[in-house]
Design a protein around this ligand. Sequence first.
Ligand code: HEM
Ligand SMILES: [Cu+2]
Length: 489
Amino acid sequence: MMQSTTEYSQAENQSALFAVKTQLVVGLLVFILMIVAGVVLRAAQGSWIEIGPDLFYQLMTLHGAGMVGTAGIAGSVVMWHFLRRQVQLSTAFFWTFFLLCLLGVVLILAAIFIGKFAGGWTFLYPLPAKSMGSWSVLGAALYMFGLLSIGVGFLILYLDVGRGILHRFGNFAKALGLDSLFGSTPVNPDHPLSVVASTMVLIVNVAGIAAGAVVLVMCLVNLYYPAFAPDALLIKNLIFFFGHVFINASIYAAVIVVYELLPHYTGRPWKASKVFFAAWAAVTLMVMAVYPHHLLMDFPMPRWAATMGQIVSYMSGIPVLAVTGFGALTIIYRSGIRWTMAPCMLVLSIFGWSAGVIPAIVDATIQVNLVMHNTLWVPGHFHLYLLLGLLPMVLGFAFYLIDTGEQEIAVVDRLSFLAYAGGGFLFCAVFLASGTASIPRRWAVHYEAWLGHAQLGTVAGVIVLLAILVLGLRILLRLPSAGVPENTG
Ligand code: HEM
Ligand SMILES: [Cu+2]
């Protein structure tokens, strides 16, 4: 077992676990609420319910911001829980992070439901300032202050994470394993994988959130002093750098659960290696260089940026995915693993994540993007790796916390798992098929010919909703009394 340098008292472990559980429960509840909103959106597109375009775009903004924000929080909870075994972390910082996120949520809810803000979670300039009467300047400003508050929460958490990592490893290069990758230090096979992933997340997301803060402040100034009108293309670059990095960092934080729990359930260690370090080092740089794939149809962008967006997209998704997928398969193969809910969720998550990267890369090809840009192909790919990738990682973590060592999966759990995976896959497949049929994304009202897609999507969404209601209930009933999970890994 890994020798640990952390010293916590029993009481500290208890309060840390309480913090993790509380934040996880709130995160799961928000996920479920946002899925309700998502089903309403899809049903409205299928004209099964009538909500009007105003409410549609408010709910779409809520669903987007709520899901992305909660994905970030849930990823951080997973990361914090496992990183805390390796480096000294402060529970007070963890709570500060959470409270700032909650403040952000309150501001965003006020922005959307009182201020009527409906400009999309990406608040693309100059739309927030030019609502043509749909929402107030205050509504747009509240939304931006909400995002700022969440961003500040993350930066505060990362401050403590960075301090903890530096305290044990001296510098981030060592934490990433770069000294064995490029230097003469031999690879330490017990170098904690959670530290490598956390360091990557810390580096890229501090950059991403800093860009986000800059652009939010610029947009806020513009809201009140329209004479200050920054360049729209610059703003779009900053927003998509922030958005791309933030959601990817959420997945890279959540994937720590795979590294920690597959060894736990198979009884086989997942060792660090040069390939592992190389993959994470590569993706640290590439995840930041790849964002121009969101601007392929912005023709004033320099040609090299679009080309880089395409080429790096091909390379960026693959290294960590390959290392994780291949590592997971070799660890599981003939291990006699006990297939309870947590490992099932983790395997589903690796599938959803890998499957989602394929249509993402397809769309990052300029020739394809000419046709697929702003079609439902786009939500198709990201729902794959969020709904079937990130969320199962978080659910797997929750099932691990409530694992009492039983050998069998209860029938309700088995059925809900299958419904979740099947319904989720169908839901994403319908989005992708809609994209291939050139149905645009972000349209409140769909033409007659598109209704079949939207209705099938709604049915799939309802299946997912029912499944996660059952799974959520199973978790919520057992989580409060779950004890401190043992420190193996
Ligand atoms: C069954 C569950 C879900 C349903 C029914 C659902 C439904 C939808 C619908 C109908 C849209 C709008 C599509 C359009 O552009 O026309 C959408 C957008 C979106 N969803 Fe979901 N969703 C689900 C799960 C998730 C999850 C788990 C996440 C993230 C963790 C997520 C994140 C997003 C984001 C970021 C958008 C983009 C919003 C925008 O374009 O501004 N969704 N979803
Ligand atoms: Cu991207």
